[in-house]
Ligand binder design. Structure first.
Ligand code: NAD
Ligand code: TYD
Length: 356
């Protein structure tokens, strides 16, 4: 990599987890949009990280990649010093609930200790420069499960159910504590379930698309009546852009798609769209009800009225259009999907599904 004059950039912003699902989509959106900023993608490249997602921007003059584990404080420190960072958008995490049930240790290490390392370095930069901002990207799962009615608001009590959501809740609390104690400029976003291109096929939507295309069983947990509030990842990226630039310091913002749907209905929708595009089927016949996930939250739903009123954000995708476009993307990028199916994936798959 050639030397760069970092001073010619108006801002130097690290995006952690930039090789993952949301991080890739965010870089693909931000790098061309803000050519006056330098973006540094900090990623350890776990099973969920894939640099090939970033082919179209990898040679951009305002993009750099640093392979770093956020658990490695010294490596992170060198990176902060090398680029004189004045912003972090923090997405790096272990992100899958079922993996957190099988093995929580990585979740504690990356999501809590990794976030703590970033905050310590951010605190130092905050002492050196006036305009350092830390944007923490979190989840609505920190609030736990809703009953039949109601929505998560910014002041909803924390009540996480899984090791994943508990580790994200811990990191949210640390971020807030650094704001209150050290005056660090922070914003936090708590978003509902995302879908779209480049999502690893352990999550519901790409897993069902992949299995349905391969005529494999479609494992629906429990009675399939659990509800998630789905948001297209590009709508999430637009919200992150707005909050990073215009969000109030110390504030949290809930982001959601006004798109509540039961898992069983969603899986049937995916089958219907695939039958329509590819012929054959009905793929609904592949649906298999399996043993429920322990601690499975029944319903998530976001009230996104605060971000709508304060920052003018609204989701732009309708769920029907977004889901169809996403399914077409996975069909056209079958190779991307199949590249995820390696020994590590098959081992996880066997561990998660064979005893259900
Ligand atoms: P992902 O699993 O697809 O990607 C995570 C990325 O982080 C990968 O590139 C991985 O290599 C990297 N990473 C993991 N451990 C690391 C470490 N120790 N050091 C450096 N990099 C590391 O996750 P995602 O779905 O893109 O989620 C991104 C963030 O958004 C997470 O913080 C997640 O909690 C949050 N979030 C996700 C959703 C969703 O529906 N996917 C919804 C709300 C919030
Ligand atoms: P997932 O994509 O893992 O997201 P999260 O657990 O973070 O909400 O799961 C979405 C929903 O789909 C959740 O209620 C669990 C359910 N699910 C299944 O029924 N079968 C599956 O194979 C998977 C992965 C999830």
């Amino acid at each position: 990599m050639t030397n760069i004059d970092i001073n010619k950039f108006q801002r130097k912003i690290a995006i952690t987890g930039g090789a993952g699902f949301i991080g890739s989509n965010l870089l693909l959106y931000m790098v061309p949009k803000y050519n006056q900023y330098l973006f540094i993608n900090i990623d350890r490249l776990t099973y969920a990280g894939n640099l090939s997602n970033l082919k179209t921007i990898e040679n951009s003059p305002n993009y750099r990649f640093e392979k770093i584990d956020i658990g490695d404080f010294n490596a992170l420190k060198l990176c902060f010093e090398k680029y004189h960072l004045d912003g972090v958008i923090h997405l790096a995490a272990e992100s899958h609930v079922d993996r957190s049930i099988i093995g929580p240790a990585e979740f504690i290490q990356t999501n809590i200790v990794g976030t703590f390392n970033l905050l310590e370095l951010a605190r130092k930069r905050h002492e050196e420069t006036d305009n350092f901002r830390f944007h923490h990207v979190s989840t609505d799962e920190v609030f736990g499960s809703l009953g039949e009615s109601g929505h998560f608001k910014e002041n909803s009590p924390y009540n996480p159910s899984s090791p994943y959501s508990a580790s994200k809740a811990s990191s949210d609390h640390l971020v807030n504590a650094y704001h209150k104690t050290y005056g660090l400029d922070v914003v936090t976003t708590n978003c509902s379930n995302n879908y779209g291109p480049y999502q690893f096929p352990e999550k519901l939507i790409p897993l069902m698309i992949r299995n349905a295309c391969a005529a494999l069983p479609l494992p629906v947990y429990g009675d399939g009546g659990h509800i998630r509030d789905w948001l297209h990842v590009e709508d999430h990226c637009r919200a992150l852009d707005l909050v990073f630039h215009a969000g109030k310091t110390g504030q949290t913002y809930n982001i959601g798609g006004h798109n509540e749907i039961r898992n069983i209905e969603l899986v049937k929708m995916i089958c219907g769209i695939l039958d329509d595009i590819l012929g054959g089927g009905p793929r609904e016949n592949l649906i298999t009800f399996v043993k429920d996930r322990p601690g499975h939250d029944r319903r998530y739903a976001i009230s996104a009225s605060y971000i709508a009123n304060e920052l003018g954000w609204q989701p732009q995708y309708s769920f029907n259009d977004g889901l169809r476009k996403t399914i077409i993307w996975y069909i056209e990028n079958k190779k991307w999907l199949e590249n995820c199916i390696n020994g590590e994936y098959l081992k996880y798959y066997a561990m998660n599904y064979s005893n259900r």
